[in-house]
Design a protein around this ligand. Structure first.
Ligand SMILES: [Ca+2]
Ligand SMILES: [Ca+2]
Ligand SMILES: [Ca+2]
Length: 488
């Protein structure tokens, strides 16, 4: 199973970088032979504490050593000091190779190969020291004393057969060809060594694993493979494809991005260092990097996806709708502005928060009901990616009808029409009749027609007193009567 990525590779372009995927131990990813047995989720017993055993665990997949390789493991070399013979980490070209047992530590004779041996038994004439020691040995030659220091001087270590697990970290820099080892958290060596060229005739596709052996003396010897980061040589998954940039309003969850690919993995940087959970919320303009994984093979190229975050526009200037308390007619929110007839209009809300989250929309938009004091509502209009919110103030006023007592239709701009206040566009169905002193109806008006001092024939009326009859035709059937004086 794959999990956190801990290695990074240099990148060659802005949009694409490469990553080294990491794995925890899974039985199916390894080939076991000899006395090797799986003990639990990540522990392989290489030999029991008995004589003349050899055990092997090899990677199932060819690893590309042009790429980085990183291995975190623990080795257990038994509890009998002066037991035998040790464990070796080995890179080689055949997945089920078995070397000789005893002092061969299971890798003697495997050639070509490169081994890091953890040797717990002194073989007189072959080993350069009676100490437990670490040595880097090529082509399966532990019997050669000189081979122990051919590339780096062998390193004596304190007793490894102490009944303890010993953490090791092996790193391979595939670009600069640097092989490094730490044991118990201490650096043992770090050396430049072109492994494919020096030992494998330029072939970078290699297996890796652990060997161990016992002979006349013995020890329980085990390895725990905790995490390894490597590129499978047969892995050639193409990178995913995605539009870039992708724009979102306010924020986006990574899994909502439009991406063509399987098992998308998200990285924070071009270097593929930090994996981002798919539920990560992005709230600012950001570039993230993605791979896809098909059949356990993660694409090596990281594809950049620019995320553009736009924010909604919340206007502070408000529209107003005058609402008359003494009018039983109700407010039509669409009267606030023509902007709400836009095809992108999406709703009215009681608060900015509701408008932003698109919840608790107002249903009775054309019949908002009676209000007794000023009230604010909010209209929302969608734009390409985001939206705009417009405040609307419903102004509640007492707007009693006010009827002037004079009219002077002389076109001087003053009182040229009989302009009754708080009538027009409020009492839409009203009717107005004007009578002369003889009781003749000389004018009939409605919401669209005001009296301008003319009779039905179009002639201006003489100076004098006229009478009006105003029916509001509202629910309470209000009627107003009185006189108006016409002068010029
Ligand atoms: Ca030895
Ligand atoms: Ca040795
Ligand atoms: Ca020892």
């Amino acid at each position: 199973m794959r999990f956190l990525l801990t290695l990074l590779l240099l990148v060659s372009s802005f949009a694409i970088a490469q990553t080294t995927p990491c794995f925890s131990f899974e039985e199916n990813d390894f080939v076991l032979s000899g006395s090797a047995t799986i003990i639990d989720d990540n522990t392989v017993r290489l030999t029991q504490a008995s004589g003349n055993q050899s055990g092997f665990v090899w990677s199932q997949n060819l690893v590309n050593f042009e790429q980085n390789f990183n291995l975190e493991a623990e080795i257990y070399l038994g509890s009998q000091n002066a037991g035998a013979d040790g464990i070796a980490f080995v890179i080689q070209a055949i997945s089920n190779n078995e070397g000789s047992l005893g002092g061969g530590i299971g890798y003697a004779g495997i050639s070509p190969s490169l081994a890091i041996e953890f040797d717990t038994w002194w073989n007189s004439g072959s080993d350069p020291t009676q100490d437990d020691h670490v040595a880097l040995i090529a082509n399966g030659e532990p019997w050669e004393m000189s081979a122990h220091s051919a590339y780096i001087p062998y390193v004596s270590v304190s007793n490894l057969e102490d009944g303890q697990w010993h953490p090791i970290l092996i790193t391979w820099d595939g670009t600069d060809k640097i092989l490094s080892l730490t044991l118990d958290g201490v650096s043992i060596f770090s050396t430049t060594l072109d492994i494919p060229t020096l030992f494998f005739n330029g072939n970078p596709d290699l297996y890796w694993g652990f060997t161990a052996a016992t002979g006349g003396a013995n020890n329980l010897q085990q390895v725990r493979i905790l995490e390894f980061c490597s590129v499978d040589s047969s892995c050639n998954t193409a990178p995913p494809t995605a539009d870039s940039p992708q724009s979102f309003c306010s924020s986006v969850i990574l899994q909502e991005l439009q991406i063509n690919g399987e098992y998308i993995r998200f990285y924070a940087e071009q270097t593929g260092t930090t994996v981002l959970d798919e539920t990560t919320e992005i709230i600012n303009n950001t570039t993230i990097y993605i791979t896809q994984t098909i059949d356990d093979c993660e694409s090596q190229d990281l594809v950049a996806v620019e995320i553009s975050i736009e924010n909604p526009t919340i206007y502070s200037n408000s529209f107003e709708i005058l609402y008359c308390q003494n009018n039983s007619a109700t407010v039509n929110l669409f009267d606030a502005s023509n902007v709400f007839t836009s095809p992108n209009f999406s709703g009215f809300f009681n608060s900015v928060a509701d408008a932003e989250s698109f919840t608790n929309g107002i249903n009775n938009t054309t019949d908002f009901g009676v209000i007794s004091e000023n009230q604010m509502v909010f209209g929302r209009i969608e734009d390409n990616v985001c939206y705009e919110v417009y405040p609307i103030v419903l102004v509640s006023e007492n707007c009693d009808i006010s009827i002037p007592q004079g009219i002077s239709p002389n076109k001087d701009g003053f009182n040229d029409i009989f302009d009754i206040q708080n009538l027009y566009d409020i009492y839409l169905n009203h009717s107005l009749k004007i009578y002369n002193r003889y009781g003749d109806c000389i004018f009939e008006g409605d919401n669209t027609t005001k009296w301008d001092g003319r009779t039905k024939n179009g002639n201006l009326v003489p100076v004098g007193t006229y009478f009006y009859l105003l029916r509001l035709n509202n629910d309470s059937n209000d009627v107003y009567t009185g006189w108006v004086y016409c002068n010029y």
